[in-house]
Design a protein around this ligand. Structure first.
Ligand code: FES
Length: 156
């Protein structure tokens, strides 16, 4: 269930769009932030009610985009390594394996202390600085083992 604060944020966001349903992605972003990093069914139902949409449509939008984490809590830091063509050609698979080793988890898992969740995603639109990853709202580009070590060290 959305907090009153999130509902007010969504109400404010609605003013930016020509109609309520156009705000679905923004509303889901607010709802996910409100939940602490993922979306529960009740959150999507609340968004659907506010946007006067069918809950199935809201669920479909959330399920399509990897930036939404549906019904599966993520760690404090959600590490999303791009594995699309540019990143793959420049070593994404190696970076993914290195992240798994560094965090001692497999892709799709969360560390026991709930600090890190490791995911792979498709193109994040930063192909010119491949290989890259996103951690929460920040991009980290031109990744090497050394850069990964520095980034993780700052977050531990
Ligand atoms: S292929 Fe990785 S950002 Fe585009």
């Amino acid at each position: 269930m959305l907090s009153d604060k999130a509902k007010k944020e969504i109400e404010a966001a609605l003013k930016k769009y020509p109609n309520k349903r156009s705000a679905v992605m923004d509303a889901l972003r607010i709802a996910q932030h409100d939940r602490g990093g993922h979306l529960e069914r009740s959150d999507m139902e609340d968004v659907a009610a506010m946007l006067e949409m069918n809950p199935v449509e809201v669920n479909a939008a959330a399920a399509f985009y990897t930036m939404y984490n549906i019904r599966k809590p993520v760690g404090k830091y959600h590490v999303q390594v791009c594995r699309n063509i540019s990143c793959s050609l420049l070593g994404a698979e190696h970076i993914i394996k290195y992240m798994e080793k560094s965090l001692n988890i497999k892709t799709g898992e969360t560390t026991p202390d709930n600090r890190f969740t490791l995911s792979t995603v498709e193109c994040l639109g930063s192909c010119g600085t491949a290989p890259m990853m996103q951690i929460n709202d920040d991009y980290f580009e031109n990744l090497t083992e050394q850069k990964v070590d520095e980034i993780i060290k700052k977050l531990v």
